[in-house]
Write a new protein. Sequence first.
Length: 476
Amino acid sequence: MTTARFEQDGPALVVEGEGDAPASARLEGSRAAVEGAVSASGGGWSVRFALVAARWGGPERPLPSGRYRVAVAGAELDATLPVEMLGTLRAQLDGDTVLVGPPVDPVYDGGEAQGSLERRYLSHTAPLEDAVFFESFYGRSASCNPLALDREIALRAPGVTRYWSVVDLSVAVPDGAVAVVEGSPEWWRARSVAKLVIVNDWLRRAFARRDGQRVLQTWHGTPLKRLALHRKGFAPRRWGAVIKESRRWDVLLAQNPYAARILARAYAFFRKPVWVEGYPRNDALVTGDPLAVRERLGIEPGERVLLYAPTWRDDRDEIVAFIDPARLAVEADAVVLVRGHSRTLIPGRDVAGPRVVDVTAYPDTSELLLAADALITDYSSVMFDFSVTGKPMYFLVPDLAHYRGALRGFYFDLAARAPGPLVQDMDGLLAALAADPAEYAERYAAWRRAFNAREDGRAAERVVARLIDQGLLPVG
């Protein structure tokens, strides 16, 4: 290799060398990869790596932030390029590694610069706008309950500006919405002037609710595992953080009465309104088209689809390795979708294999639940969502005693109430998948009565109607 450079057009990384053209070239990251375009002329060669990727049948988008290794067959890349702003992202080259980041000027990266933006935010006096500021899973996707509410707001209140907090521009936002990259001046401003803030997790960084501004906390699941103040052990810092956070919310959304009770108690005896309306994200499980989702995932018609979606563990960063997805695909004669928890998105890497699709980076879990014929999970709240479909569930729980007793703890006895079999290993799972799920029909019906009574495909409609009634969304 002789030279390397970034190009704005694309954007792209171009490397050049002498001699025979390489047989292959690839830019490899943990959740995305790009094939290099190789060309040769005059005794030399060049490879152009577009710093964009298309996934799930969608358009090309900037690469997600992260580290990407440049692999050029037969050539060693050892070059340095400083940080360069490339429109939709920023990049630098360090040896054979491309460091991709959000399109925020590095001048804003430091603590001093963010501190200045924070102080400006806290003293902001600009009038509130007819706008909503959305954030889902800390800006890693535009998904979950906030996404479903965005779609309904776009229909009912089209004049409202919809800002979406994103970690970078690899995150696709709904049509007509405005993406604001977290930490940028535009992000701080949007969160300051929006009349309504809709989030599904904690509010990050400094937050000061202005007069007339309201926060709707949708949360992101009915809890089985203990959370917030109910977690094991007394931790003064955690207690202080929970109390501070819950006081930022004006309304808490719950999927069912059970969740309303648990969430209110876990979050410092939250005494403001709790709306029990079902989950907007689950409307798609009633009204959506599973064939359209399967097509986006590249699944052939008639295939059996198993979704493996375990929760995260407090004592590890990556998804648990309790199944062999390739073996499961063969022995169950199915396409296996592997969905890691949002907390395993950054540290983990995609798994691969015949008829195995890693969908950890797929933007909307609800669509995966819609597409699946059966769910394999453990202690994840997806169990309360998937039951809306009435399709079989299986619980792979080899660490049940440890998780329940030492790691996190439960609100109820899963073994006594689960609407499907609890299994300990792959052999047990395969046997359960081959058995008749009708054995659990009575349990399943009781589960749905307890947790899915409001899941009728109209939850988003009800929530937005209440927001309009309270004057937080103008119509007409």
